[in-house]
Structures are given as structure tokens and as C-alpha cells.
Design a protein around this ligand. Structure first.
Ligand code: F6R
Length: 248
């Protein structure tokens, strides 16, 4: 698995943003869409910051960009502080020229009985636009990608999942207490992610060092869903020195 270690997250994030921008520009030039799979959380924030800068200062246009976010808590309302709709607007969408109709984030407000059909349609929408050109990923300390927690199989698709206790503990601060963290989420599956033509898995900081070592060097297993990325021929693992510190 192709792994690059940078001296810091900012430098690494610029490289990822520039590669994405290069693809968007090439597609814009021939009048074609770029389909991006996006992540939330602290990891991609500087990538989004750099994309916003490229839009403002260097004329990068997102008019032909279509996005699909990996996941959303369930249930959650879009206006809640911790919703991924709010996150994406704040860090990216409010600052670029993307068309509202081209943005897709799993809906945390669905009635329980509507979720199954909705997830199927989310998959169909990705396929209808030609599949994900690029998927960017962070990694949870459980080894989750998206919210595919330990036990998630390679062929899983978009679905309602139960969050791991460690994931809920890691989210407790942003929800002002673990008891306020939703127990479930809607997430793209491992299989959905693996269909992306190109994947960037990013991780920063020593808290990710152990799970990065297991994901990159460990045996492929549903117990660490990120290990399935070892099977994807076009994945780049992008790390800062601290996150890479346990690699052998
Ligand atoms: C977020 C997502 C999660 C996060 C992961 C790491 O959309 O899918 O897998 O990428 O939990 O979160 P941070 O970046 O906050 O450490």
C-alpha cells in the first residue's frame, strides 16, 4: 500500500488538495463532472481549507463537481451543531461555487422505515454519475472508515449501522457528553468505498499511530475495516510523522 509520510498535516493536506484540484481542472477543461467522496471530522479540514483557497485565489471552479459524503449520524437534524451537513457547509460548501443539487449527504432525519430504500437510492445516485473518482478518508481509532465499525464486511453497502463505544467516546466532547452522541449512523459501506477509482486515507497525530500500523501492515480482516484498503490498487495513505511512528 502506497504510503507517504509528511513532516506535518498542513503540508500533506496541500498535496492532497492539489491532486484533487488537478483532477477537477482537467475534467472542467473537457466539460466533464468530477465525483468526490468526502469525509468529515478533524482530519480533512485543512484539505477543505486549501480547496477553498484555490477557489478564491486561483479560480478553481466546483460547478461541475458532484459530492457524496461518507456518512451522517442517525438521527440528527441538519441544523444541529454536530451534523455533518453543518460541518460541510462551514468548512467547504458555503465558500465555493458548488451547485446545491450536486451535494449529497446521508439524511439523518428519515423515518426508520424509509432508511433502507434511501440507502439503496444513495448507491444508485453514485452509480448514475459514473462512480466516485476520488474518496477521501480519515480513520477512527476502531479502524473504521466511514462509520464501518469492526465487523463490517468487505461487500457492505450504504446502510444504517451502530456506532462502536470507542467511536461514541471519541465524539463525546463535541456532543457535550457521551449520552448525547447518537447510537447509530448512516454510512457508505466498505464495498462502496472500495469502488472509488482513487482513495486517500489520511491520518494525523500519535493517537492514530497504532491503528494506522494495524491497518497498513496488519492482516486483512473485518475486525479492522481499514485493512480492506490493502486490496484497493489505487489507495494512497497520507500520514504525518506522528501517525506513521509505529510503522515498521
Ligand atoms: C467522518 C468519518 C470518520 C472519520 C474518523 C476520524 O466522515 O467517516 O471515519 O474520518 O472518525 O475522525 P477524525 O478525523 O475527527 O479523527
Amino acid at each position: 500500500i502506497d504510503t507517504t509520510i509528511f513532516s506535518d498535516a498542513r503540508e500533506a493536506s496541500k498535496v492532497v488538495a492539489n491532486e484533487i484540484a488537478g483532477l477537477i481542472r482537467a475534467r472542467n477543461q473537457i466539460g466533464q463532472n468530477t465525483v468526490l467522496g468526502l469525509a468529515t471530522g478533524s482530519t480533512p479540514i485543512q484539505v477543505y481549507g486549501e480547496l477553498v483557497r484555490l477557489h478564491r485565489e486561483e479560480g478553481l471552479s466546483f460547478e461541475r463537481v458532484v459530492t457524496f459524503n461518507l456518512d451522517e449520524y442517525y438521527p440528527i437534524r441538519p441544523e444541529e451543531l454536530q451534523s455533518y451537513v453543518r460541518f460541510m457547509n462551514e468548512y467547504l460548501f458555503d465558500h465555493i461555487d458548488i451547485k446545491k443539487e450536486n451535494v449529497h449527504i446521508p439524511d439523518g432525519t428519515l423515518e426508520r422505515e424509509d432508511v433502507y430504500k434511501y440507502c439503496k437510492e444513495y448507491e444508485q445516485k453514485i452509480e448514475q454519475v459514473g462512480g466516485l473518482d476520488v474518496q477521501i478518508l480519515g480513520i477512527g481509532r476502531t479502524g473504521h472508515i466511514g462509520f464501518n465499525e469492526p465487523g463490517s464486511l468487505e461487500k457492505t453497502r450504504t446502510r444504517l449501522v451502530t456506532l462502536d463505544e470507542l467511536t461514541r467516546a471519541d465524539a463525546a466532547a463535541s456532543f457535550f457528553g457521551e449520552e448525547h452522541v447518537p447510537r447509530r449512523a448512516i454510512t457508505m459501506g466498505v464495498g462502496t468505498i472500495l469502488k472509488a477509482k482513487k482513495i486517500y486515507l489520511m491520518a494525523w497525530g500519535e493517537s492514530k499511530a497504532s491503528i494506522i500500523q494495524r491497518s497498513v501492515e496488519g492482516e486483512i480482516s473485518a475486525q479492522v475495516p481499514a485493512t480492506f484498503l490493502q486490496k484497493h490498487e489505487n489507495t494512497k495513505v497520507i500520514l504525518d510523522e506522528a501517525a506513521a511512528s509505529e510503522l515498521t
